[in-house]
Design a protein around this ligand. Structure first.
Ligand code: ADP
Length: 459
């Protein structure tokens, strides 16, 4: 591609004016010399002829040459500069791209590659020119050949690093004939989100279908075989009522989850009294604990602790953790809700779920806030059967229920801990669980508190 490098517009031809100026100037000088008597008539005529001939020679020869010298770079630059400057430009372009990209020459060599693409294909020999086969992706190599031969653009999806990553290669013709340019787009997160959404929909529909099927079955029975058996109707209506409650809980949890996920990227901005919110929520649970035959203990500093939090969401966290503890505590057992502050988030992580040396621990949510930030924490402990180690890391996944393996005796949606996890993520906080089978479970949450509020540490 020849490019004109000199953009100056060509000057209008001035050679004839130059010739006239030169000739008339010379004749005028000679005339002055003749008039002052410095030269004679013969010298005057000879001089005028020589000057005119010189000016004429300038007009037909030298002047065009002068212009050619000025134009020469304009004509010759593209021919010389193009082959050397173009690869540098494309190489700079590839290096500057925030996506993996590389250029393949017509001989099948990778002549330009950026660090992102080197990482993607684990090609670490920076300066060596390697053959395209080093990409070790048969589908990609076939696409490179096709683009090289046909010039048509292609897109190829492939997995990399043991199927852990999904990538899309955009394969295009390069700037040189039969060269190929490739840019890679990471689809891993997109594919993962698509799969999670499909799983979530499948789970949610399954969970809603179960009570609906039960209700539908009882309606059929009441219309058909049990049409006249009014005594059996009370029992059927009770079960239908329970199933309706279950569906209501499920829908409420699904709505909470989607609302929290929607606002998760925006941290709360209101300052609340953390202790007071946890105290109020705990008190509201006393009747439920009483009904279940469980003693509920609440222990917190006797002064307020400021925290930047959403009061309703914090209340929902405490309610979900404490109602689980009440559900899973041993019959006639105890549940403890403890509030404390810590100098750092790292200290709070330990304090919030510290229970016993033998207990197994799992960090369910790594806090986004700095480990050095001052923190406030809550620990909810029960004395129930505990949770075996293999289940701990999966708590907080939507619809994950340990009870399924215990025969599904205790009612639940499997969404309570997922809601806690998302609320704590919005509050830049953490979530951990510690459990000892046969002894009980402790769930801990912690989050940063403003630096201006620095009461005596409870640790
Ligand atoms: P669910 O509505 O089923 O309680 P959660 O998300 O709150 O849903 O809890 C998920 C699972 O974690 C529960 O089904 C239960 O198996 C287990 N779990 C939660 N809290 C406790 C606890 N305190 N003790 C024992 N198991 C618990």
């Amino acid at each position: 591609m020849a490019q004109k490098t000199d953009q100056t517009p060509p000057e209008p031809p001035r050679r004839f004016q130059d010739f006239l100026v030169l000739t008339s100037g010379s004749v005028a000088v000679l005339a002055l010399l003749f008039l002052t008597g410095a030269i004679g008539l013969v010298e005057w005529v000879t001089g005028a002829v020589v000057m005119t001939a010189g000016a004429l020679a300038f007009y037909v020869g030298s002047a065009p040459n002068a212009n050619r010298i000025r134009e020469a770079p304009v004509l010759e630059t593209p021919a010389i500069a193009a082959p050397t400057s173009r690869p540098n430009e494309i190489e700079q372009f590839i290096l500057a791209l925030p996506l993996p990209a590389l250029l393949i020459s017509s001989q099948g060599q990778i002549t330009a590659i950026n660090a992102h693409a080197q990482g993607l294909f684990r090609l670490n020999h920076t300066n060596a020119i390697v053959p395209v086969a080093a990409l070790r992706q048969p589908d990609l190599l076939a696409a490179v050949d096709r683009v090289k031969n046909d010039g048509a653009n292609e897109r190829v999806e492939f997995t990399q690093h043991g199927d852990a990553e999904v990538w899309m290669a955009h394969v295009r013709s390069g700037p040189e004939p039969r060269s190929v340019l490739m840019v890679f787009e990471d689809l891993t997160a997109v594919r993962r989100a698509e799969r999670a959404r499909a799983d979530f929909l499948a789970n949610a529909s399954h969970e809603l279908r179960t009570p609906l099927t039960a209700i539908g079955g009882f309606i059929e029975t009441m219309r058909g075989p049990a049409k006249d058996d009014k005594d059996a109707w009370d029992g059927f209506l009770d079960i239908m009522g329970q199933q309706t409650e279950r569906m209501k809980r499920l829908v409420a949890d699904l709505l909470s989850l989607s609302r929290i996920e929607f606002s998760e990227h925006r941290a709360p901005s209101t300052e609340i009294d953390f202790v007071e919110t946890v105290r109020k929520t705990s008190l509201a649970l006393v009747p439920i604990a009483k009904e279940a035959g469980i003693k509920l203990h609440f222990d917190a500093p006797d002064h307020g602790i400021a925290a930047v939090a959403d009061e309703d969401e914090l209340a929902q966290v405490i309610q979900n953790l404490a109602s689980n503890a009440i559900k899973y505590a041993r019959p006639g057992g105890e549940v403890q809700i403890l509030v404390g502050t810590a100098r750092t988030m790292a200290d709070a992580a330990t304090a919030s779920s510290r229970q016993s040396q033998d207990a197994k621990r799992s960090l369910l949510l790594q806090p986004y806030a700095s480990a050095e930030a001052p923190a406030v924490w809550v620990r909810v402990t029960d004395d129930g059967a505990g949770i075996s180690e293999q289940h701990l890391p999966r708590l907080g996944e939507r619809f994950y229920r340990v009870d399924e393996s215990r025969g599904g005796k205790i009612e639940g949606t499997g969404l309570g801990l997922a809601i806690v996890k998302h609320i704590m993520a919005r509050h830049r906080g953490g979530l951990a669980v510690e459990s000892l089978e046969g002894h009980g479970t402790a769930f801990g949450i912690w989050m940063p508190r403003p630096r201006h509020d620095d009461p005596a540490e409870t640790l």
